[in-house]
Design a protein around this ligand. Structure first.
Ligand code: ADP
Length: 497
């Protein structure tokens, strides 16, 4: 493998370009008409336009991607996450075209993609699953007796599910039938498949997932990520390790994840998601057969480059991870910066990035797919960038994230930056006292608050004024510089000119 086509966009495409270059591989970017000037396109060695902005005609089009691979002379394909990453047919098409697929075998993608089949397989492999159905429900009567058997509350889920769609929590028998109908029709709309099943609804669990890495000879785990900070089943903040996972629990959950991966003949990087209940029991939820958004927190505490490992494994090389037991070092936190407007019910915000000052400094990693001049549209996911920090322990990681969030200045679209600041300042979060319903109870954190907003707006104003002054080549402020906050910092900088 010499030249890798990256069938994706945004931050993950750029992330993969970087790994390719460090591995001595050439990178081919593909882009829709909307992404011509995106950072991933500029960073790659070759760029191939694959169609209009609409994903179905570009990033989701298997024929266009294969044509792009052929035209650019690529001999490998990395799918990233989202788009076609978990489409077994895409993995097969790539193989069929004689190219190297940088991901798990199509059979493993398929086995884990069907949730009830995955549950059956996991049960057979001795991996604990949430009590409930291991096949799609056939009628309301069967659903009722199963629900009675496992006890309410239960959750109805789409067999072909993903992205939190087609799920309904049911607390009493009379709500069951309407929930089956609603989940079924949502599933049909989202996945073209109305099959649903049900399982026990676990009260206030944590979402804890295990990173797995498998090559031809070995399957290992790289510990957990805590992803309980979710809004509408979408993760917003992730960390590694988890305050709720001791060394013994990590080994137990890790062994379950390795068993899950082995049961489907897994290769490459993958993630087993678990619900961890308050009593310490844990249940397999699903396996994501791809690199995940939140992979960097694991990279920082384990000192591994997961995308590089994917490239090595795809080339038939052994993973470069040691076979002795690995331990996380320090603490990492990731905040997903999205173009969602807290002042407008978290609806996506669109516009042109007018100004961007990414955070930097010790322990800060900025994985972003945007730059000044880029347009944020409604065509793609609202995640603009990931801000990731590492520090020796959790309190220092939180303080570092707080500092980095203050340094970040982004002008042009509304973002959830203020939410992240409020979360870092929150006592319950600082205590690690979280579960997947945390943000349902603490919706106050999602709402704009004058103090956080004033602080962030001040930073924006100072950065813009600084930028304008720099362009005009004249000093901006002549204050004596004893003020605090963004203006004070700016004044001190000016005084040094
Ligand atoms: P999807 O594939 O749509 O993302 P998942 O099965 O991964 O669906 O579940 C998404 C989220 O829904 C989980 O992270 C969790 O917050 C919640 N959830 C799913 N199943 C249960 C359950 N049995 N009990 C409680 N919460 C659940």
């Amino acid at each position: 493998m010499k030249r890798v086509l990256i069938a994706n966009r945004g931050e993950i495409a750029l992330r993969i370009v970087r790994a390719c270059h460090e591995e001595g591989l050439e990178a081919v970017a593909v882009h829709s008409a909307a992404d011509r000037t995106s950072p991933h396109v500029r960073a790659a060695d070759f760029a191939v336009p694959i169609g209009p902005a609409s994903p179905t005609e570009s990033y989701l089009s298997i024929p266009r991607l294969l044509e792009a691979a052929e035209a650019s002379g690529a001999d490998g394909v990395h799918p990233g996450y989202g788009f076609l990453a978990e489409r077994a047919a895409f993995a097969e098409a790539v193989d069929g075209a004689g190219l190297t697929w940088i991901g798990p075998p199509a059979s493993a993608i398929r086995a884990m993609g069907d949730k009830t089949e995955a549950r059956r397989r996991m049960e057979a492999a001795g991996v604990p699953i949430v009590p409930g159905a291991v096949a799609p429900l056939t009628d309301a009567g069967a659903a009722r007796s199963l629900a009675e058997q496992i006890g309410y509350p239960v959750i109805v889920k789409a067999a072909a599910g993903g992205g939190g769609k087609g799920m309904r929590v049911v607390t009493a028998a009379e709500e069951l039938e309407p929930a089956l109908v609603a989940a079924g029709s949502e599933a049909l709309k989202s996945f073209g498949d109305a099959s649903v099943y049900l399982e026990k609804f676990i009260e206030r669990p944590r979402h804890v997932e295990i990173q797995v890495l498998a090559d031809a000879a070995r399957t290992v785990h790289l510990g957990e990520r805590e992803c309980s900070i979710q809004r509408r089943h979408q993760k917003l903040v992730e960390e590694a390790p988890s305050v709720a996972v001791s060394d013994t629990r990590r080994e137990r959950m890790g062994a379950a994840a390795v068993a899950a991966a082995s049961a489907v003949g897994y290769r490459s990087a993958g993630t087993c998601e678990f619900l961890l209940a308050a009593d310490g029991s844990f249940y397999f939820l699903e396996m994501n057969t791809r690199i995940q958004v939140e992979h960097p927190v694991t990279e920082l505490v384990y000192g591994v480059d997961l995308v590089r490992e994917q490239l090595r494994i795809a080339r038939g090389l052994p993973m470069s991870v040691a076979s002795r037991p690995l331990h996380p070092r320090g603490w990492a936190i990731e905040c997903r910066l999205t173009s969602e407007d807290p002042a407008n019910g978290f609806l996506p915000s669109t516009g042109r990035i007018e100004y961007l000052r990414p955070p930097a400094g010790p322990g800060v990693r900025w994985d972003s797919g945007i730059d000044v001049g880029n347009d944020v549209t409604l065509y793609y996911d609202s995640m603009l960038a990931k801000l990731i920090v590492w520090a020796p322990d959790r309190p220092q990681a939180i303080a570092r994230m707080r500092r980095a969030l203050e340094e970040l200045v982004l002008v042009g679209v509304a973002t959830n930056q203020g939410f992240h600041v409020r979360l870092m300042d929150d006592e319950a979060f600082q205590q690690g006292d979280v579960d997947i319903q945390f943000l349902d109870r603490r919706s106050d954190l999602l709402e704009p608050r004058p103090d956080t907003d004033r602080e962030l707006q001040l930073a924006v104003a100072a950065a813009l004024a600084e930028d304008a002054a720099r362009r005009a080549r004249r000093p901006l402020v002549t204050a004596d510089g004893d003020g605090s906050g963004a203006w004070g910092r700016l004044a001190r900088q000016e005084a040094l000119r």
